[in-house]
Write a protein of this length. Structure first.
Length: 55
């Protein structure tokens, strides 16, 4: 699970940099949406990883 978590964090950071940067067009909105999706996926993998470790 750690591999997926790191992957989603990196993708969220890249999407965040591109989406919240100086670009002001449609790609910016798309990158902002990807940032939210990858952030949610990162949190889900962290929670799943903690649940599997404790059981």
């Amino acid at each position: 699970m750690t591999h997926w978590t790191v992957t989603f964090v990196v993708l969220a950071l890249i999407a965040g940099i591109l989406g919240f940067g100086t670009m002001g067009n449609d790609q910016s909105l798309f990158c902002q949406a990807l940032f939210i999706v990858f952030s949610i996926l990162c949190y889900i993998t962290v929670i799943i990883g903690k649940i599997k470790i404790t059981h």
